[in-house]
Design a protein around this ligand. Structure first.
Ligand SMILES: [Zn+2]
Length: 476
C-alpha cells in the first residue's frame, strides 16, 4: 500500500498529474453547463412540462462541491440522476412565473397556460435522467411532474454561439466562477446610444446593493458583469396605458395585471444574452422611469432604473431572486389570490405561519424575553399606510408631478421610521403578525426589513442569515 502511494506521488510529480482522487464533480460532469429549455404548462392545480431545446454553454459557474441542494428554497426542484448507477448527482431548487400564475384570478377561472422556462445544470459526461419536482401540501419536494433522459452526445444538443452581439463589461472580478457569485446585469430597453447610461445605472445599483449586510461583508465574493445589447426602442411596454416598445428582452409592466410588476416571459432571449458570461444570478435593468420590478428565486430579478426608489427596488428584488426571501409586506395590492396556502408553512425563510414553538423557523434567533407573537401596534401602522394611500390617490387624481408624489412618500416613509423606532421591540427579532400579503395568520421576523417597507435601512437578521447561507452554498 505504502509503495503504491509513493509510486502515485512520484508519477504525479513526474507528469504533473493531480495526486488526489477524482472529484465527484469531475466524475459526472465536464467544465461546461447544460441549458434545458422547456415549456411549463397546466392549470391552477396541475403542472406538466415538455422539452423545448437543449444547449451546451460554457462554463458551469456554480459550485463544484455543493452539487446537492441543502437550501430547500423554491417551489420546484430539478434533480439529476446518473442513469448507469441511478445515483442522484445534482439537485437545485427554483421558482418560476408559472407557479405565481397558478395563484392568479385567471388560473382560478379554470384556464390553462404555458410558460417557457430555462434551467442550467452542469454538463453531464454520461446519460442522465432529469426530474422536475414540486412541493406537496406538507411542503415536501415530492411530486415529480416531468422526467426525461438526456444523452450528452446527442446531436440534438445545440452548441452554437448564443450571445452574438452582446457587449460585456466586467465590473468586478474577484475569483474563479466556481468559488464566486457570478452576477450578470442585463440591459433592457436601452437604445444603441444609451450604453454609457446602462453602465452608469449598473454601477449605481451595485453600489447600493453593497451598502447592505451581508452583501457588504461578502463583496469580494462577487464577479459582476454588465451585458449590453441595444434595443430598437427605449423603455418598456406599459400595456394598461397603451404603450408598446420594441425591446430586446420583451419586458412589460402589468404582469398578471399588477401594474408595477415588470417581468419577461422571454427566458430564451434572456439566457441567450446571459451566455456571454458565467452566471449564477441574473438581474435585468429596465431603462424606464416608472416604479417597478420583480424577483423570483433562482429565476431572475428586474428593476426599472430611473424611479427615485429604483436602487431600493433592485436590492429588494435581488433578495427574492438570490436568496428566496418572501415579501413581508401585506398592505400593497398584488395579483395573487392565495400565494401562501392557508395552514401551510411557507418555504420562504423569513415568513412563518407559526408565531411560537418549534414551528417558528427562526426561533433560535429570538431572545428568551421577547413575547411571541410579538406586539407591534399593527393597527397604528395600518392607519398610517391607509392615510398614505388616500393621499397618493388624491395627488394622482389632481395630476401632481412625480416629484411631488415622491416628496409626499418620503414624508410618509419618515413617519413610518419614527413609528418603528418608537416600538418596544422595534429592533428585536420576534414574530410580528402581517407578512406574505396577509395581515393575519402569517408572521415576519422583525417589524421592518427591506422585504417589508421602503422605510427599512437593512435586511432583518433572519433575511441576512438566509442570504449568507446562499452565498456560502454557491461559493464553496
Ligand atoms: Zn417583493
Amino acid at each position: 500500500m505504502k509503495k503504491w502511494f509513493l509510486f502515485t506521488i512520484l508519477c504525479g510529480w513526474l507528469f504533473n498529474l493531480p495526486i488526489y482522487p477524482q472529484s465527484t464533480y469531475d466524475r459526472y460532469f465536464t467544465d461546461n453547463a447544460l441549458r434545458v429549455d422547456y415549456y411549463h404548462f397546466g392549470n391552477k392545480y396541475e403542472d406538466y412540462a415538455t422539452l423545448d431545446q437543449l444547449y451546451e454553454i460554457s462554463p458551469w459557474a456554480g459550485s463544484r462541491q455543493n452539487l446537492l441542494d441543502t437550501l430547500n428554497l423554491g417551489d420546484y426542484m430539478v434533480q439529476v440522476f446518473d442513469v448507469q448507477s441511478n445515483r442522484l448527482i445534482f439537485s437545485r431548487g427554483f421558482s418560476s412565473l408559472f407557479r405565481e400564475w397558478q395563484t392568479t384570478e385567471e388560473a382560478n377561472s379554470g384556464v390553462q397556460k404555458t410558460i417557457h422556462e430555462t434551467l442550467i445544470i452542469p454538463f453531464p459526461r454520461k446519460e442522465i435522467r432529469l426530474q422536475l419536482l414540486k412541493r406537496d401540501s406538507l411542503n415536501s419536494m415530492s411530486q415529480i411532474f416531468w422526467e426525461t433522459t438526456i444523452n450528452p452526445d446527442s446531436w440534438k444538443i445545440n452548441r452554437e454561439e448564443r450571445a452574438i452581439g452582446v457587449e460585456v463589461t466586467t465590473l468586478t472580478l474577484h475569483g474563479q466562477p466556481a468559488e464566486s457569485i457570478d452576477l450578470a446585469l442585463i440591459a433592457e430597453g436601452y437604445s444603441d446610444q444609451e450604453k454609457a447610461k446602462f453602465l452608469s445605472d449598473c454601477k449605481r445599483m451595485i453600489d447600493h446593493l453593497f451598502q447592505y449586510q451581508p452583501f457588504t461583508r461578502y463583496r469580494n465574493m462577487f464577479n459582476i458583469y454588465a451585458l449590453f445589447k441595444p434595443s430598437a426602442q427605449s423603455g418598456t411596454d406599459d400595456p394598461a396605458r397603451g404603450v408598446f416598445k420594441n425591446t430586446i428582452l420583451n419586458t412589460s409592466f402589468n404582469t398578471f395585471g399588477s401594474q408595477r410588476y415588470v417581468m419577461t416571459f422571454d427566458t430564451r432571449t434572456l439566457h441567450d444574452m446571459a451566455s456571454a458570461v458565467p452566471y449564477d444570478a441574473l438581474c435585468i435593468l429596465v431603462n424606464e422611469h416608472q416604479y417597478g420590478g420583480g424577483g423570483i428565486y433562482n429565476f431572475y430579478a428586474t428593476t426599472t432604473v430611473d424611479d427615485p426608489w429604483s436602487p431600493f427596488v433592485f436590492v429588494h428584488e435581488f433578495g427574492h431572486s438570490f436568496a428566496g426571501l418572501g415579501d413581508e409586506y401585506y398592505t400593497s395590492q398584488v395579483a395573487y389570490t392565495d400565494f401562501h396556502h392557508k395552514g401551510e408553512e411557507p418555504w420562504q425563510p423569513n415568513i412563518s405561519a407559526h408565531p411560537s414553538g418549534e414551528g417558528l423557523k427562526w426561533k433560535h434567533l429570538v431572545d428568551p424575553d421577547i413575547p411571541l407573537p410579538t406586539p407591534w401596534h399593527q393597527e397604528v401602522y395600518d392607519s398610517l399606510v391607509e392615510n398614505w394611500y388616500r393621499l397618493r390617490k388624491d395627488l394622482t387624481q389632481k395630476g401632481a408631478s412625480e416629484e411631488t408624489v415622491y416628496q409626499a412618500e418620503l414624508a410618509h416613509v419618515n413617519q413610518l421610521k419614527q413609528f418603528f423606532n418608537s416600538l418596544p421591540y422595534g429592533n428585536k427579532v420576534g414574530a410580528f403578525e402581517g407578512a406574505g400579503y396577509q395581515g393575519k395568520g402569517l408572521y415576519r421576523p422583525a417589524v421592518n426589513c427591506i422585504m417589508f417597507s421602503k422605510a427599512a435601512e437593512k435586511f432583518d437578521p433572519v433575511c441576512q442569515k438566509a442570504i449568507e447561507k446562499v452565498i456560502r452554498f454557491l461559493t464553496k
